[in-house]
Design a protein around this ligand. Structure first.
Ligand SMILES: NC(=O)c1ccc[n+]([C@@H]2O[C@H](COP(=O)([O-])OP(=O)(O)OC[C@H]3O[C@@H](n4cnc5c(N)ncnc54)[C@H](OP(=O)(O)O)[C@@H]3O)[C@@H](O)[C@H]2O)c1
Length: 248
């Protein structure tokens, strides 16, 4: 029997088809978890799942609530339950508040906040049935330190941070632990590629970060692994600022 920290555990990573989510899926798998990867891009999702020791790809547009049951049922049918939910799927939109449209608002809030809320609601019976479920919400440092042009995205992630605390309180007595990882700019995180292209990272960004480097997807995955693992059993309702000291 393996002694890896997530052996025998079942994880579901939303947005695991690429970027940070795919790295999280790989790291949880290397730690021994069976992992379901969810996203819309079937070719990428299939490839990520195929790399994992015990992987499953379920194609889904999570902004459609009807997809949530299918994603969870496929996981339970294949792996027998669900212990770890990583809410990583998200959308971004850029623009000052006076330029933003209702359509952008509905798309971003509809995924980052509403879909995360209802997928988690549907996952709760599974996460609670084993007595030691974990939720890790991938949020953003933008909830603490805002910047111009991200009002919809940052406020959707602030709602997610609140859910981290609320779910920790509501379901802690049943053994659920709920925490968040709030990265700064992630060098290999596709969502920040437009920001990275718009700034001179060396000149404009790195001097503001005490660690003098950007985050990596591996940093986010390491924090997620810790929060999903046995060492974090007394941690709940916490959002980890994974920002190299930026907000310190
Ligand atoms: N990159 C950064 O610098 C940074 C910084 C702070 C926080 N974050 C957070 O880290 C997470 C991952 O970001 P990333 O940089 O890896 O960006 P990304 O590559 O754009 O990842 C977003 C993921 O969400 C999935 N997704 C989007 N819409 C979806 C939908 N309707 N249904 C299902 N899945 C959907 C995408 O998969 P499909 O396209 O296959 O659907 C994709 O895998 C996000 O929560 C983001 O807010 C990133």
């Amino acid at each position: 029997m393996s002694d890896r920290e997530l052996s025998g555990r079942v994880a579901l990573v939303t947005g695991g088809t690429g970027g940070i989510g795919a790295t999280i899926a790989r790291v949880l798998s290397e730690a021994g978890a069976a992992v379901t990867v969810v996203g819309r891009r079937a070719e990428l999702g299939t490839a990520v799942a195929a790399e994992l020791a015990d992987g499953l790809f379920v194609p889904a547009d999570l902004s459609r609530r009807e997809s949530h049951h299918e994603v969870l049922q496929s996981t339970v049918d294949r792996f027998g339950g669900l212990d770890i939910l990583v809410n990583n799927a998200a959308a971004h939109t850029a623009g000052l508040t006076h330029e933003s449209t209702e359509e952008e608002f509905d798309r971003v809030v509809g995924l980052n906040y509403k879909a995360t809320y209802f997928l988690t609601q549907a996952a709760l019976p599974h996460l609670l049935s084993g007595g030691g479920g974990r939720i890790v919400n991938i949020s953003s440092i933008g909830t603490t330190r805002s910047w111009a042009g991200a009002s919809i995205y940052n406020s959707s992630k602030a709602a997610l941070d609140n859910l981290t605390r609320t779910w920790a309180v509501e379901y802690g007595p049943q053994g659920l632990r709920v925490n968040g990882v709030n990265p700064g700019i992630v060098a290999d995180g596709p969502m920040s590629y437009p920001v990275q292209a718009a700034f001179d990272i060396e000149e404009d960004i790195l001097p503001t970060i005490p660690a003098r480097r950007l985050a990596t997807a591996a940093d986010v995955a390491a924090a997620t692994l810790f929060l999903a693992g046995p060492g974090a059993d007394y941690l709940s309702g916490v959002t980890i600022a994974l920002d190299g000291g930026l907000t310190a």
